[in-house]
Structure formats: structure tokens, C-alpha cells
Design a protein around this ligand. Structure first.
Ligand SMILES: NC(=O)c1ccc[n+]([C@@H]2O[C@H](COP(=O)([O-])OP(=O)(O)OC[C@H]3O[C@@H](n4cnc5c(N)ncnc54)[C@H](O)[C@@H]3O)[C@@H](O)[C@H]2O)c1
Length: 269
């Protein structure tokens, strides 16, 4: 555990925390003193592995099952969290999926599933978090904000992505949801921000980094010359959740090794 933890005593919920970026964020928040709910929808053993890793490091965590796209399950998960940890201070709405398809063949089912999890899932979790922040009230000793929400977006809230129209649409929606929430909730001292990762090495995008040919192709899109790691996102999430970023709300932080710098134009297009 960090010797001067930035999130001491705060309770955090990370959705989809049993793999990839969510796992990295859960470990990082715990390493900075937060008690962490590791949400998962399937594969409880991988959620328990994250909990064990946190406990091994001297932290506190529990695993809670819940499908973020289902209102009843989200409500039940928050009720359990409040029962176990007393409240929530930090929500990282991270769970997300891709169901890739060329546009003319995309089924309504795949369109809806991606929007239901990636966008509606963030709405449902954020709404429950905000309700609990307001119910609990300010605890100045823990944080100067009433609560912090971090939405996991993507560079594809900005970069159009053919073959992934449902996914890119969900991330564009997250951007406007996040900003509108931030505007509405700032007077209540609730901060809402997004993290927009570029290519991070996780299961969701294994195709683009698991062979050296694929990785070489990917690296032509990343001026900084390396793929990102879940820990890169974890460190940013800690900072955005902490009082060190207290004056930041309604912002998307791109963390992409320069992917959004349009590297195709670096030698005159
Ligand atoms: N890996 C990248 O390059 C990258 C880039 C930009 C954005 N992201 C975003 O980061 C987030 C995490 O993705 P990842 O790369 O770690 O992939 P991942 O597949 O490892 O993680 C996604 C997680 O969401 C969970 N999940 C899926 N449906 C759920 C549901 N209905 N309820 C609860 N949990 C559910 C999965 O079980 C999994 O744990 C996603 O929102 C993704 O869009 C990833």
C-alpha cells in the first residue's frame, strides 16, 4: 500500500473489475487506501482473485455480482455496498463490451446490447451513486467533494470507428452524459469526469496486440510507441478520484500515447 494514500477510508465501486482496465483500476484505488467493491457479471473466481490480490497488499475489498444494464441488479448491488462499506465515495463506471459488425449487417440485438451495457449501465450506476452521495452528505475529513464519478469512455468518443458503430456511439453518448451530469451536479459538489483510453492491453482488443504483426500495425497509430497497460489507467483513476484534482469536473482525460494526435498527418498527411 502507498505510504501516503490519497483515498484513505473512501469507498469505491468499480464495475467490470474482474478483468482488464477495471482490475487495474480496482488494484490502484485499493493501493491508495480505498475500500473497493469489485463488480463482476460472470466468472466470480476472477473477481475473487482481484479481492485476494488487494487483501494480500493490505487493502480491503469485496466482490459483488451485478449486471450493470439491469436496474434491479444495480440497485441491489448498491444496497449491499452501503450495507458492507457504509456508503460510496467513488464510482468508476468501467464495464463495457464490443459487438463488432459491418453496419448493414448489424442486428438490433447487438446495437441494443452495446448501448444497454456501455451507456445505460453507466447511467444506472451513476444515478444510484448520486442518490447515495446526497443521502450521506458531506464528510470533509474524507474528501472535499460529496462524491466522484469517473466514466470509462474511449478515444472513440472522438475518433469515428467503422465496423464498431454501436460501440463508438455508446462512447460518444458517454461524453455528453458525463458533461451534462457534471454541469447539473457541480453545485452539489459532485465531480464527474471521463477517462478516454487509447489501446490498452486487455481481453477486449486481444486481436490487435497478440501477434507481432498486429502489434506493429497498431503501433503506427500510437506516436508514443507502446501499447497502454491497465496500470496506466489505474494511476489516472486514483488522481481523478482524489482531492488533488478537486477543481476538475466535466472533463475527459485522453490517455492514449498520442493516438488522438492524428499521427497519419505527422509527415504532411
Ligand atoms: N482495452 C482498450 O483498449 C480500451 C480502450 C478504450 C476504452 N476501453 C473501455 O474500458 C472498459 C474496460 O474494458 P477492458 O479493455 O478492460 O475489457 P475487458 O473485457 O477486460 O473488461 C470489460 C469488463 O466489463 C464486464 N462486463 C461486461 N458486461 C457487463 C455487465 N453487463 N455488467 C457488469 N460488467 C460487465 C466484463 O465482464 C469485463 O470484466 C470498457 O468500457 C471499454 O470500452 C478499453
Amino acid at each position: 500500500m502507498n505510504s501516503s494514500p490519497k483515498l484513505q477510508g473512501q469507498a469505491a465501486l468499480v464495475t467490470g473489475a474482474n478483468s482488464g482496465i477495471g482490475r487495474g483500476v480496482a488494484l490502484a484505488l485499493a493501493n491508495d487506501g480505498a475500500k473497493v467493491v469489485v463488480n463482476y457479471v460472470a466468472a466470480p473466481e476472477s473477481a475473487e482473485e482481484v479481492v485476494s490480490e488487494i487483501k494480500k497488499n493490505g487493502g480491503l475489498a469485496i466482490a459483488l455480482q451485478g449486471d450493470v444494464s439491469r436496474e434491479d441488479e444495480v440497485k441491489a448491488m448498491f444496497e449491499l455496498m452501503v450495507k458492507e462499506f457504509g456508503t460510496i465515495d467513488i464510482l468508476v463506471a468501467n464495464a463495457g463490451i464490443q459487438k463488432d459488425c459491418n453496419f448493414e449487417d448489424m442486428s438490433l440485438e447487438d446495437w441494443n446490447r452495446v448501448l444497454d451495457i456501455n451507456l445505460t449501465g453507466q447511467f444506472l450506476c451513476a444515478r444510484e451513486a448520486v442518490r447515495e452521495f446526497i443521502r450521506r452528505g458531506m464528510v470533509k475529513e474524507r474528501s472535499c467533494a460529496l462524491g466522484k464519478i469517473i466514466c470509462m469512455s474511449s478515444v472513440h468518443q472522438e475518433i469515428p470507428w467503422g465496423g464498431h458503430v454501436n460501440y463508438a456511439t455508446s462512447k460518444g453518448g458517454i461524453n455528453m452524459m458525463m458533461k451534462s451530469m457534471a454541469q447539473e451536479l457541480a453545485p452539489k459538489k459532485i465531480r464527474v469526469n471521463s477517462i478516454a483510453p487509447g489501446a490498452i492491453e486487455t481481453g477486449i482488443n486481444q486481436k490487435v496486440w497478440s501477434t507481432s504483426a498486429a502489434l506493429d500495425r497498431l503501433l503506427t497509430l500510437i506516436p508514443y510507441g507502446r501499447i497502454g497497460m491497465p496500470d496506466d489507467i489505474g494511476k489516472l483513476a486514483v488522481w481523478l478520484a482524489s482531492d488533488e484534482s478537486d477543481y476538475i469536473t466535466g472533463t475527459t482525460v485522453f490517455i492514449d500515447g498520442g493516438m488522438t494526435l492524428y499521427p497519419g498527418f505527422s509527415t504532411n498527411g
